[in-house]
Design a binder for this molecule. Structure first.
Ligand code: HEM
Length: 467
């Protein structure tokens, strides 16, 4: 009798566990990779090399498949039909997909996030649109020039660090206000270090409790404390004239309720740096590692250099229009080092390739892999800036299949600003210094899903002031 009861208990328990952790699903759903550990699912295998996992899963299961991890279902769509649905379907929602990550990383509560997101998005899209960026090159040039002076006459450094030391303070001063909190060298260093810790573990922080991320939590706390002072300063100095405000002051004007202003400061800081810095690094690395590309870039820059020399380079919006090849290099870099995945949440069941994707799934699109589809990009693994000749960049239209800034109605509002600042950085650095790479172009690490790919190995640069 006891044995029968024990057996019965085991069967009932097994049934309950199965239905809690692996609930019953419609047979028309895509193939699902679950792993064998309840709740964790395939998380460990996926986390070891996410980009490789997606590639192998596509080969094994076809273009649409689901991965069950950490209690969530991610349905990957990797072909054209899925790509169209991701960008245009009304059955998917961006806000619901990212809300929890925003809460985990910037501590912005759900109701505050929903109240403010679309207001902020509309404001930023307008403020950072190409027609509103005309005055930016001037202040960006001044900032970049100032922070490039720290490089001295010559030196050798990791290219990634060199780019960050110049870009980080320059962008912060441009978007948040000149020297609001980056007043001394030590100040800049401390701020940059905390930002770096925050960025390094950002991807893990979207998923893991903060107890596992001590260093990250400490830096987050430090950054939030600093932003409290920045909020006060920006409010005290907020001009009435719209055109004199910084982007940060526009954010403060747009927010409903001021309790979480510092948290929004942290979020804007991360969004404005997390991709722009690695893309700048890769762009310079691609240019410097290919002599024919480097020569074309220098030919383009020659008139500027002839006009202003290396000391006081001022670039206007019109000057930037004369550097189409540098812009193509940036876009080609972004194509090859694009984010591993961007996500939206399925809010009503939808059909893709005869599969029913249930509500609640996170629909994931991989710009990294889409950009390697030869249908959109022939010779997809080759760095070919000239392919961008075909894009109507004058009208801000990129190439078909390019989704590094997101797809559909939620494209990155900072994309034109990012391209502009990278264009100026590349032009100024290469006009001012003769540069050589001391290491071959590193491969991209396949470990990250969020944001621009990181290099797998070192990439040192040697630079010397031009005579
Ligand atoms: C090359 C650099 C950049 C890349 C590759 C990039 C990429 C992206 C991507 C993929 C998204 C998410 C879109 C989606 O999931 O559909 C995004 C969102 C966003 N980006 Fe960027 N970004 C860059 C630079 C910037 C800069 C410089 C800023 C600010 C000045 C910025 C501000 C934002 C903001 C605020 C959002 C959230 C938009 C929303 O609420 O819908 N980004 N970006």
């Amino acid at each position: 009798m006891e044995i029968i009861l024990a057996l019965l208990f085991t069967v009932v328990l097994g049934f309950v566990v199965k239905h809690i952790f692996f609930p019953f699903r419609n047979v028309n759903e895509p193939p699902c990779i679950r792993g064998c550990i309840p709740w964790f699912g395939a998380a460990f295998k996926f986390g070891k090399a996410p980009l490789e996992f997606i590639k192998q899963a596509r080969l094994k299961y076809g273009p649409v498949f689901t991965v069950y991890m950490l209690g969530k279902r991610y349905t990957f769509v990797t072909d054209e039909e899925g790509f169209q649905a991701f960008c245009t379907s009304k059955d998917v929602d961006f806000e619901q997909a990212v809300q929890q990550s925003v809460q985990h990383t910037a501590s912005i509560p759900e109701e505050i996030f929903y109240k403010n997101r679309s207001r902020l998005y509309i404001m930023m899209k307008g403020r950072l649109s190409t027609s509103n960026l005309q005055h930016m090159p001037r202040s960006l040039c001044q900032e970049l020039q100032k922070h490039m002076e720290d490089l001295g006459h010559e030196g050798t450094e990791e290219l990634r660090d060199l780019v960050r030391h110049i870009m980080f303070p320059s962008t912060v001063n441009t978007l948040f206000g000149k020297d609001i909190f980056l007043t001394t060298r030590d100040n800049v260093k401390e701020f940059e270090e905390h930002y770096q810790n925050f960025d390094d573990d950002f991807e893990y922080a979207t998923q893991l409790p903060k107890y596992f991320l001590k260093k990250w939590s400490k830096s987050k706390k430090w950054l939030l404390k600093s932003f409290e002072k920045v909020v006060l300063h920006a409010e005290e100095t907020n001009p009435s004239d719209d055109s004199s405000k910084t982007l940060w002051q526009h954010v403060l004007d747009t927010l409903q309720g001021k309790t979480f202003s510092a948290n929004y400061g942290l979020l804007l800081l991360w969004a404005s740096q997390a991709n722009a810095i690695p893309v700048s690094f890769w762009t310079l690395a691609f240019i410097l590692s290919q002599p024919s590309v480097y020569k074309k870039v220098m030919d383009e820059l020659e008139p500027v250099y002839r006009k202003s020399g290396k000391e006081n380079i001022q670039l206007s919006e019109d000057d930037l229009k004369k550097f189409p090849f540098i812009k193509w290099c940036i876009l080609e870099t972004i194509r090859l080092r694009a984010p591993g995945a961007i996500i939206k949440k399925v809010i009503t069941p939808m059909t893709i390739q005869n599969f029913v994707i249930p509500a609640g799934d996170l629909l994931a699109l991989s710009p990294y892999w889409i950009h390697r589809n030869p249908k959109y990009f022939p010779e997809p693994n080759t760095f070919k800036p000239d392919r961008w000749k075909e894009a109507n960049l004058e009208k801000n239209v990129s190439l078909e299949g390019f989704v590094a800034f997101g797809g559909g109605g939620h494209q990155c509002p900072g994309r034109w600003f990012a391209i502009m600042e990278i264009q100026i950085l590349v032009a100024m650095l290469l006009c001012k210094y003769e540069c050589h790479l001391l290491d071959p172009l590193p491969k991209e690490s396949l470990l990250h899903l969020v944001g621009t790919q990181q290099p797998e190995g070192p990439c040192r640069i040697q630079y010397k002031l031009r005579i």
